[in-house]
Design a protein around this ligand. Structure first.
Ligand code: NAP
Length: 462
């Protein structure tokens, strides 16, 4: 059997790994296996490609490997809370690679018999999506890392200008399909795509970046799939399509969980609404000490923890695990209500709780948690805000109206750990905090849960 047949076999195995990885990644207990299988699939894909001596120069591959490692290793060490911006950076690099390969292929083929219309069409898609994803992902990184202003910057006619620039790039792509030799128009198409990526992100608030990144993931995947058509590489077509469709599905799930449409995320300038809505009137709330809160927890028969972004920011998950161990030992039934968009990235809470080895079977999805909350003694909200706001159910003027929430307000007692009365992501006041049965526990989530553990130990005679 020749080298080409071996390469194709390795590619098929790699594609199988990618499909299994996605399947296993969709459930918490099998997610680790999914990651490892994805890594194996990628190793096979790279190894299979390197088997092809006619295509590669190992010297240049080694140079790229060293440069990639110098950038990639520190990126891999970014903290868990920075995963959205880390993901944005890796999309930027992936998309840039696809766009540069597309550019190189164009200049190799332009004006030769190797450039038919279908190839040119695929090249145009690859280069437009690749370049716009590159700059858009860098902008998303800048906003999330707070290097760039987070607030949406808008002006009259902005959507018109942006769509005009994208339309011009697409029209140039269409022209090139018929007249592929116009190199200057090809460069103009690339330049317009780069500009569109920047302009696309300017009107989007920093807080919407995770959804945008998931969408950019999809674009980078489609760009890679187009590259597969250009290079006649079936694995690239499969992997790019999987990447493109999974990114799109994830964006749809995120939009649904926030009750927002794609167009609202992309063109709605969400952070601006939030800023004005945050000017809340003065209402009264009750607060409690760690001692009082621990007493309620120790004497409860059921506790539902609602974790949110604040638990991630404070890295409180290990203290939460200590509380879980202590209360479970005392016979308290403690479970976790996981909202699909709690935190700042999909699966954020699952990852943190898994890191602290909290058993999967104590994690409840939104519907299941909501059916249990009316019979629950204490709902303990740890750094969550929007995902518990009852206004989402009835206040048509609220930016989160219609978003499914965790019905924390239906529990017998509600306790909320956060540092202040400040709003969360959507910038709106939370009526949960002003209910008669709500106690505010002010403090950093990690230190407050630590105090709860100490007090609970004392009170339960430990
Ligand atoms: P949230 O509404 O942003 O609220 C988080 C709360 O945590 C804040 O009110 C903050 O209050 C508190 N906090 C921050 N640091 C803390 C600390 N060190 N200790 C204690 N508390 C701390 O978060 P959420 O309830 O998890 O809701 C997520 C929001 O993000 C939703 O609106 C969702 O639509 C949006 N979103 C999520 C995703 C996703 O994929 N998960 C993607 C895009 C958007 P203090 O400042 O008073 O402490």
């Amino acid at each position: 059997m020749g080298a080409e047949s071996w390469i194709q076999i390795v590619y098929v195995l790699s594609a199988v790994c990618f499909i299994l990885a996605l399947h296993w990644l969709s459930s918490v207990p099998t997610a680790r296996r999914g990651v490892l299988t994805g890594v194996l699939g990628m190793a096979l894909a790279v190894g299979g490609t390197l088997l092809n001596p006619g295509l590669v120069s190992y010297k240049w591959i080694a140079v790229a490997f060293v440069i990639g490692s110098v950038i990639g290793v520190p990126m891999a060490m970014m903290p868990m809370t920075a995963v959205p911006q880390r993901t944005a950076l890796s999309h930027a690099f992936g998309a840039l690679a696809a766009a540069l390969v597309g550019t190189a292929e164009y200049f190799l083929r332009a004006g030769t018999a190797h450039m038919d219309r279908i190839t040119m069409g695929a090249l145009a898609i690859e280069v437009i999506l690749g370049f716009l994803t590159f700059t858009a992902s860098l902008m998303a990184f800048g906003k999330l890392q707070e290097i760039l202003p987070q607030r949406p910057i808008t002006y009259r006619g902005q959507n018109f200008v942006n769509l005009g620039i994208l339309g011009a790039a697409v029209a140039l792509g269409g022209y090139l399909v018929v007249h592929s030799g116009s190199t200057s128009l090809f460069l103009l198409m690339g330049g317009l795509s780069l500009a569109f990526g920047i302009l696309l992100i300017i009107p989007i608030g920093g807080a919407d970046m995770p959804t945008v990144i998931s969408l950019l993931n999809s674009y980078a995947g489609l760009s890679a799939a187009a590259m597969g058509f250009v290079l006649d590489n079936k694995l690239l077509i499969i992997a790019g399509s999987l990447d493109g469709s999974s990114g799109l599905i994830l964006s749809i799930i995120m939009c649904k969980a926030m009750n927002r449409s794609f167009s609202n995320v992309l063109f709605g300038a969400f952070g601006q609404v939030a800023a004005t809505a945050s000017a809340a009137e003065q209402k009264s709330h009750r607060s409690a000490s760690a001692e009082e809160a621990a007493s309620l927890l120790v004497n409860a028969s059921s506790v539902m923890v609602v974790p949110g972004y604040g638990m991630a920011a404070a890295q409180a998950q290990h203290k939460v695990r200590e509380l879980y161990d202590l209360l479970t030992e005392k016979g308290v039934k403690m479970r976790f209500a996981i909202h699909p968009v709690a935190g700042r990235m999909p699966g954020h809470m699952n990852v943190l709780l898994a890191e602290a080895d909290i058993p999967y079977d104590s994690l409840l999805e939104l519907e299941e948690a909501n059916s249990e909350l009316p019979q629950t003694d204490v709902a303990l909200v740890i750094g969550a805000n929007d995902v518990t706001n009852p206004a989402a159910r009835h206040d048509k003027g609220s930016p989160i109206y219609g978003m499914p929430i965790i019905d924390t307000d239906k529990a017998r007692t509600v306790m909320v750990i956060k540092r202040s009365m400040n709003p969360g992501f959507a910038g709106v006041d939370n009526e949960l905090y002003y209910l008669d049965r709500t106690l505010m526990l002010f403090g950093d989530a990690k230190s407050f849960v630590g105090e709860l553990v100490k007090e609970a130990e004392i009170q339960s005679g430990g």
